[in-house]
Write a protein of this length. Sequence first.
Length: 283
Amino acid sequence: MSAPVLTEAGAPAPAGVPASARRRPRVGPGLGLGLAVLYLSLIVLFPLTAVAWKGVEGGAGAFWSAVTTPDSWAALKLTLGASALVAVINVIMGTLIAWVLVRDRFPGKAIVDTLIDLPFALPTIVAGLVLLVLYGVKSPLHLNLAYTRAGVVIALLFVTLPFVVRTVQPVLQELDRDMEQAAFSLGAGPWLTFRRIILPNLVPAMLSGAGLAFTRAIAEFGSTVLLSGNLPFKTQVAAVNIFGRIESDDTASAAAVSTALLIVAFVVLIGLDLVQRWGSRRG
């Protein structure tokens, strides 16, 4: 009697199944994984590694010297400070907008919901031009924010708002309304219900949206280059500083400043992953 044919898991194969079919290799998953890794490596990993290598190839001393030159250090401080402020503002206003879109009904709701995605589709340089016309010297609102740090914040608020709204909105849509009704039936008021039931469920999404807005803001170039006026030590953000160094053929310093931003973004993304894991455990 011949020995039974075993499957890949080590169990006997069902009777009547040809041996060739029982031993057929599973090529699909391995091929898909290989293509995914190759694509990510070519598009993301290799370019980021090249920039980081260029930034530190002169050693830690050269890297630190490039990052802490007066203009680069001022640009980094402005970028990180403005991005943190933008993340805080948008996590509040973005959550409020998501709440209105999910819980309220009003004329033009679909249009407003579509407009939220406009910063995703609009080229950022066009956004900068629009903001410059709206808040520039000849502002129809008589509000001149051009070439000021407030203008930098406005530009970053514009491009990062959708990240918070689109992160919080699905959580609100999936939130169980029965818990709120139960709280109301037990005598809890709207504020207590929001603070004890709704807000704890929204916190992971709000933190994720804030992190995404922050990492998007520190890399912003197009919407800030026009409205900020690119004034060193005053309104120049890190991305514009990097561009100026590349134009001056100082690619090593540009790569060093880029690596500093990359490190900050990587730390924030790790924090986002931890927040998502925490949120999934709570859920």
